[in-house]
Design a protein around this ligand. Structure first.
Ligand SMILES: [Zn+2]
Length: 271
């Protein structure tokens, strides 16, 4: 499942390739599940529109569209488990599992490919547009961040994953930021001190920024015509390392389940 840094990398990679282009026609596969808005509506909203900007909101890729000088709508791409956005020349054969093709004025195409079909495509035409369910973690202030958890009884790990509180944080970056902040994943969110919350805020923003920075160098792997998947990895201190030793103190890392998700932490470093 792509997490926030991957989605940001995809959005930025598509943006530099297609910003300013006009969508001249739209093809959709007709397969169920993929289309959250009716396919006819997606085609109608996109055809003839100009791509103003492609960016990330939460874990969704948002394409801002304009007609004339006026913002007209947004095209939302949720990548799901296996969704990819490719920018290809028109003469490159369509890969299997292509569900949408946006033909551009310069004879390239934006293609949405998704073998497992957990991805979702939709359009938003309401004024104001799509803002996502929760607060943006990469820019939230320390003050606002601390306020999000006040009085909450759920475990801090579960709170980090709750998309209506913060949007875009997934399992990897929740575990990694809790490790870097030295906080037990099961600790009640509302019982964290301001000092702990400040540490967590810093750790989360650092780990996301680092991942986005590393992702920048692999953009082409994500959105090139052949769509080879070769994404960076931030060095994980805990995620995926259960049974191994803590890189900082050598204790055995523990695996538990919090909020239904596998969670790995260091019992010595995280209190
Ligand atoms: Zn440790």
């Amino acid at each position: 499942m792509p997490e926030l840094p991957e989605v940001e990398t995809v959005a930025n990679g598509v943006d530099v390739r297609v910003r300013g282009q006009r969508i001249v026609s739209v093809w959709t596969s007709g397969k169920p599940q993929t289309f959250k808005s009716p396919e006819t509506e997606i085609a109608e909203v996109l055809t003839g529109a100009r791509i103003e900007h492609v960016r990330r909101v939460g874990k969704t890729v948002v394409m801002d569209l304009a007609r004339g000088k006026k913002h007209s709508a947004q095209f939302l791409v949720h990548l799901g488990m296996t969704g990819r956005l490719l920018v290809s020349q028109r003469d490159v054969p369509l890969p299997p599992h292509t569900h949408a093709v946006l033909s551009l004025g310069d004879k390239r195409e934006v293609r949405f490919v998704d073998p497992r079909r957990f991805g979702r495509l939709s359009v938003v035409t309401e004024a104001g547009g799509y803002a996502g369910p929760g607060v943006e973690p990469t820019t939230v202030s320390a003050e606002e961040f601390a306020g999000l958890f006040r009085g909450r009884k759920l475990a801090i790990k579960a709170a980090l994953l709750n998309q209506s509180i913060l949007h875009g944080v997934g399992n990897i970056y929740a575990d990694e930021s809790l490790c870097r902040a030295g906080i037990r994943p099961r600790k009640a969110a509302g019982r964290l001190t301001r000092v702990e919350l400040d540490r967590l805020h810093t750790a989360l923003q650092q780990v996301l920024a680092k991942a986005i920075e590393l992702g920048g160098s692999s953009v082409s792997d994500y959105v090139d015509a052949d769509g080879v998947r070769g994404f960076f990895q931030v060095e994980h201190k805990v995620y995926g390392r259960s049974g191994e030793d803590c890189l900082d103190c050598g204790s055995g890392l523990k695996k538990i389940v919090v909020g239904g998700r596998t969670t790995v932490y260091c019992p010595t470093c995280q209190r």
